[in-house]
Design a protein around this ligand. Structure first.
Ligand code: NDP
Ligand code: 2IT
Length: 451
């Protein structure tokens, strides 16, 4: 069987790589899923004959477009816009928009692929999609960001809609960008519908959508820790990133009694041995969301903390690690350091932050390790709740949304246990999430015929 699985994976991957040359992030995301699913596919000839895995790795549609705009100096700038509509078997395409210079087709295909499984895990009816641009919003004025968002949406609006494809935020896209894009969408289409999520509270947004990814990641980690009779209480928590997901991961860590000690950005990390408490977090909210500053400024305000230029926080001794910045930010060496320093639990707030080598280190050490598609699904789940509220034209209270978010994260955790528990009792969350996410999408694809 082992030999058959290996052959299946090798053959599948060499065909996929030949069809999608150079797309290394996409290859990485697919390989992880195919390695989990191969035994299941081999046991189910119907899935193999229907080529479900070959179909699920081929986007239903990819749109690539020119985004021309004028900067504040009156110069013409050209960016490239994308929307990858990966899979609509169980609902309209759903997934964020990323604005970052590193955005390319490979990155967006990996994200849209992961999103398909993640959205299926939420139990809500959402297909998988992802979009974005190589536009860099850093050091741009509000006017420039608005002009870019308007030009981007002028093309994107043809391809999306509340029952077709519902974008949201991701790296570089928060409330400000969603606002500008929604305004332009509404103007061009003359309709006020739930076509984007992450909207402002006063105009169709859901309570707790900004908090949802970070909170959900902590709820998931809490459930993981509970399988070993542990909790966040008095645990030291290392967090990377300092954007939306990281900020609310800090907040929920504090509420659960943990001690967050790090934050980072692409330039370096800060370590605050006394802990980032609620007052310091308030400073971070303002620094990042209002002044759009850099995390190194934290040490000017709190001199007992230290800033480490050009480094990542994984060498800081901790009990729990929550990577909340970006893909491949935690490699095999970093994973080995975390294990050596006694870390017990890693839950991914970001998408694919751990390299395959890092995942192998965690799993060999029998650490509690959960991939982003399970642990960070609270963000898109709450987007799904925003879609429901928009369709019903009502608003739930923060307490109602929080209760639903909590219960969705518990259900995802239970699904991982069901499909991921190994013979020795170790919960392989990667396998659990991949199989549980796949079963629902594959079943829908089989029912809907060859489309
Ligand atoms: P933000 O743009 O709010 O913050 C991103 C953070 O990550 C910043 O601190 C940024 O630092 C850092 N970062 C980005 N790119 C890099 C890089 N190449 N190297 C090092 N650091 C980097 O984004 P979010 O917090 O929304 O997203 C963070 C992660 O969470 C992403 O992987 C995203 O896909 C994932 N995610 C987000 C969800 C959401 O609802 N927003 C939902 C589920 C997952 P810098 O300022 O230097 O760029
Ligand atoms: O990666 C993700 O799940 C997101 N960026 C959120 C997507 C969404 O539609 O809310």
């Amino acid at each position: 069987m082992e030999e058959e699985v290996k052959n299946y994976v090798d053959t599948f991957m060499s065909t996929l790589i030949a069809r999608n040359p150079g797309e290394k992030e996409f290859h990485q995301a697919v390989r992880e899923v195919v390695e989990s699913l191969a035994p299941y596919i081999i046991e189910n000839p119907q899935l193999r004959k229907s080529k479900i895995l070959e179909r699920i790795t081929e986007p239903e549609r990819v749109v690539i477009f020119r985004v021309p705009w004028l900067n504040d100096r009156g110069e013409v700038e050209i960016n490239r816009g994308y929307r990858v509509q990966m899979n609509s078997a169980i609902g309209p395409y759903k997934g964020g928009i990323r604005f970052h210079p590193s955005v390319n087709l490979s990155v967006l295909k990996f994200l849209a692929f992961e999103q398909t499984f993640k959205n299926s895990l939420t139990t809500l009816p959402m297909g998988g999609g992802k979009g974005g641009s190589d536009f860099n919003p850093k050091n741009r004025s509000d006017e420039e960001v608005m002009k870019f968002c308007q030009s981007f949406m002028t093309e994107l609006q043809r391809h999306i809609g509340s029952d077709t494809d519902v974008p949201a935020g991701d790296i570089g896209v928060g409330g400000r960008e969603v606002g500008y894009m929604y305004g332009q969408y509404k103007r061009l289409r003359n309709e006020f519908t739930g076509t984007l999520t992450g909207k402002g509270l006063g105009w169709g947004g859901s309570p707790l959508r900004p908090e949802a990814t970070g909170y959900g990641t902590c709820y998931f980690a809490e459930a993981m820790l509970a399988t070993r009779g542990e909790s966040f209480k008095d645990k030291t928590v290392v967090i990377s990133g300092s954007g939306n997901v990281a900020q609310y991961a800090v907040q929920k860590t504090l509420q659960l009694g943990g001690k967050p000690v790090t934050l980072s950005d692409s330039n370096g990390y800060i370590h605050d041995p006394d802990g980032i408490d609620a007052g310091k977090l308030q400073y971070v909210f303002e620094l990042k969301n209002i002044f759009r500053g850099r995390i190194k400024e934290y040490v000017e305000r709190y001199p007992k903390a230290k800033y480490y230029e050009g480094q990542k926080p994984w060498g800081v001794k901790c009990d729990i690690a929550l990577p909340c910045a970006t893909q491949n930010e935690l490699d095999g060496e970093a994973a080995a350091l975390l294990v050596k320093n006694g870390c017990k639990c890693v839950a991914e707030g970001a998408n694919m932050p751990s390299t395959p080598e890092a995942i192998a280190v965690f799993q060999n050490a029998k650490l509690l390790y959960a991939p982003g598609k399970a642990a960070n699904a609270g963000g898109v789940a709450t987007s799904g709740l925003e879609m429901t509220q928009n369709s019903m034209r009502i608003s739930w209270t923060p307490e109602e949304v929080d209760a639903k978010l909590h219960s969705i994260m518990s259900d995802i955790h239970a699904a991982c246990i069901k499909y991921g528990t190994e013979e020795d009792g170790y919960i392989n969350y990667v396998k659990g999430a991949n199989i549980a996410g796949f079963i629902k999408v594959a079943g829908a694809m089989l029912s809907q015929g060859l489309v």
